[in-house]
Design a protein. Structure first.
Length: 94
């Protein structure tokens, strides 16, 4: 972890497009201002950790929802595809 000391009004730049500025200091509380591109995602750490945990739990519960064989069978009904280097032929129309 990188530690920096900044005074009121001073800032740091991250990746040339994110600025973090010390805008207020009151006792043990520091107010930071952020300037960043609209495409950046900014979450408080506790919210980020909760989102990551929920996503992992969701992926774990859905991991067996569809097998590769089921997916290949489903795609083969739609037409000719190249999956993982092997061709899936379209079923004969009968």
């Amino acid at each position: 972890m990188l530690y920096l000391v900044r005074k009121l009004g001073e800032s740091i730049i991250i990746n040339d497009n994110i600025e973090v500025k010390v805008v207020e200091v009151k006792g043990k509380t520091v107010k930071l201002g952020f300037e960043f591109p609209a495409s950046a995602s900014v979450l408080r750490k506790e919210i980020h950790d909760r989102v990551v945990a929920e996503n992992k739990a969701s992926m774990a519960s859905n991991s067996d929802a569809i097998s590769n064989d089921d997916l290949t069978d489903a795609l083969s009904l739609l037409g000719d595809f190249n999956i993982g280097g092997s061709s899936v032929d379209k079923p004969d129309d009968k």
